[in-house]
Design a protein around this ligand. Structure first.
Ligand code: LLP
Length: 412
């Protein structure tokens, strides 16, 4: 459920007409809905209320500070993957004891900062990283809480670029390597192994891969207990999918029920790292039609948003629903919706049936709240879009539109 709805043929973000927001703030424009973000976070978090748990929103999905503040205010912890995300999470007021740090390539400086901040734990992805964390923590007289990230070799049945729990992926350690790494972790003076971590992929539309991974992780947990390790946290990562088109992913409550059933009697705090399911359908990208163009083989709608603003269609062939901001009830046409960037891969939709649109009209791309702005770039020297956060009839400019001066500021 989200709060972008048509009223008398006109798209609204909560109580505000998108057309007016675009007139005031310009295009391309990311619009996020506060009510939707709150609803998604609360629906997700409450699904696990039967268990000791911590919902650590995955900052990479949408790292805007205003959004992080909103989620922190609702009690969210954060899942981070860089020093930059640590900075954002702390700036947004997230307590360090609610931050978990994942990723295969943590730099020494990033590790040191996270230790200094006192984060809940590192999700460690290799033996070499474990040794490095031990060395850095030892130097500053600290003990680092860690989980090792298990790669359970489960097929999440999602796009290959966003599958992470298969043997061939760079993430985590397989079960045998993990066991040896935990044995090593036990010996290291500045390491405190407190958890097990696992994240198998993103945009999962069935519970089966989650449960398959859980079975393997729980079997592994039993082996760790035999080693005499005091494992207190089970981090199952993120990955729950959303509806972009016709997918029918499980509701968080279904995941909640299944995990509660499986974990009820275990002395573990469950950590979850949802990103897309919180932010994805809480955002749209609004763009203006610059030109329409008919060639002998195609009809193109050229808009002012491009792959630098929303790279998902170009990178993964992802589908984002596109609709007119003001419905004109014109006949349908099969079109490619493309941006101004000088690459044939710059498209937002291909072979899409849309009502005929005209120059100057607005289109909305739905489900753009996750991995939209956070993956944007300045390619073709395009200033990045503005982001606004709507709350009822109020608007916060969550990030002002970049200017040409912003583009060159660091180059003098
Ligand atoms: N935890 C870890 C360790 C992750 O690697 C990720 C996502 C998440 C949590 C959050 O996953 P989510 O709940 O959002 O599925 N750019 C791609 C998605 C990449 C996901 C990377 N890792 C896309 O646009 O679809």
């Amino acid at each position: 459920m989200h709060h972008f709805q048509y009223i008398n043929g006109e798209l609204f973000a909560e109580d505000l007409a998108v057309k007016e927001l675009a007139a005031k703030h310009g295009t391309p424009l990311y619009i996020y809905s506060t009510a939707t973000l709150k609803r998604h976070f609360q629906a997700f978090d409450s699904a696990f209320s039967g268990l000791e748990h911590l919902t650590c929103y995955s900052v990479k999905a949408n790292s805007n500070l205003h959004l992080l503040r909103l989620l922190a205010g609702l009690g969210a912890g954060m899942d981070i993957v860089s020093g930059g995300e640590l900075h954002r999470a702390l700036t947004a007021g997230v307590g360090p004891e609610k931050i978990v740090y994942s990723g295969v390539g943590k730099k020494a400086e990033e590790i040191a900062r996270a230790l200094e901040a006192g984060i809940l734990m590192f999700n460690v992805e290799s033996r070499a990283e474990l040794e490095r964390i031990n060395a850095i923590a030892g130097q500053s007289g600290k003990r680092a809480r860690v989980s090792l990230r298990i790669n359970p070799d489960v097929d999440p049945k999602t796009h290959p670029y966003i599958s992470t729990g298969l043997k061939k992926n760079k993430f985590g350690l397989d079960i045998d390597q993990s066991l040896a790494a935990y044995q090593r972790a036990k010996e290291l003076k500045a390491i405190e192994p407190v958890g097990i971590d696992c994240h198998i992929g993103s945009q999962l539309t069935s519970l089966d891969p989650f449960m398959e991974a859980l079975d393997k992780v729980l079997a592994f947990y039993e082996r760790l207990k035999d080693l005499g390790l005091d494992i207190r946290y089970l981090d199952l990562g993120g990955g729950l999918g959303i509806t972009y088109d016709e997918e029918d992913p499980p509701h968080p409550s279904e995941l909640g029920r299944a995990l509660t059933e499986a974990l009820r009697d275990l002395p573990l705090t469950l950590i979850l790292e949802p990103g897309r399911v919180i932010a994805g359908n809480a955002g749209i990208l609004v763009t203006e039609v610059l030109y329409t163009k008919k060639t002998p083989s195609k009809e193109f709608v050229i808009v002012d948003a491009a792959m630098n603003d929303l790279v998902r269609p170009s990178l993964y062939g992802s589908f984002h629903r596109i609709s007119e901001v003001v419905q004109m009830h014109r006949p349908p046409l099969t079109v490619d919706v493309v941006g101004p960037i000088c690459e044939s891969g710059d498209f937002l939709a291909r072979e899409r049936v849309l009502p005929l649109v005209e120059q100057g009209e607005l289109l909305a791309l739905f489900s753009a709240g996750a991995y939209g702005f956070s993956m944007s770039s300045n390619y073709n020297s395009r200033p990045r879009a503005a982001e606004i956060l709507v709350d009822g009839d109020r608007v916060i400019v969550a990030r002002r539109r970049e200017t040409y001066e912003d583009l060159i500021r660091l180059e003098s």
